[in-house]
Design a protein around this ligand. Sequence first.
Ligand code: ZN
Length: 206
Amino acid sequence: MCILALAACGPTLQPLTPRGPVPASVDIRDPETAPVPAATPAMAAAAARADAEYFDEKPLMVPVADVAPSALRDSYNSARSGGRAHRALDIPARRGTPVLAAVDGTILSLRQNTLGGTTLYLVDADRRFVYYYAHLDRYADRISAGVEVRQGQIVGFVGTSGNAPRNFPHLHFQALRVDPRRRDWWNGSPVDIRAHFQIAGRERAL
Ligand SMILES: [Zn+2]
């Protein structure tokens, strides 16, 4: 197909029979077998399958108290200011609602920044995903970098810090796939995990 198409369109090529010899100068790569860029749909699909298996084994809890997985609304591909894509999940809740550890893991850092406001990063026990929490009203007591937390433990409270609208308290929650070759774990690739939540947000008694 490709050869015939080139032969038909390229004025300088000799006419070719379907099984005839191919001139060395003709690019005969078939789109389906040609070398492909790094992020192929097949690789993305394989990563998605691996994620699904992982989250089947280690179910995610919705990181806001009393919110069920079925209540989560898709906001992953929403547009944001400055041409940014959202690549995260917004979970609306009343101001002050407990924000929970979605998984067993370790607090990596607590940071203040202009867009996210009061934020924290949590890495899971397998160091496979980093979870970014933003717009917190405040942190929970005893939450600091290096602290190990259990799924359902309160890590903070819903608010509107950073650039969140004052009338829209919510948790901005983002999963970042850890690349073990890189040290800048906060720049991991965002992953849409909304379909993987299996447990409603429920405070864990310490
Ligand atoms: Zn958000």
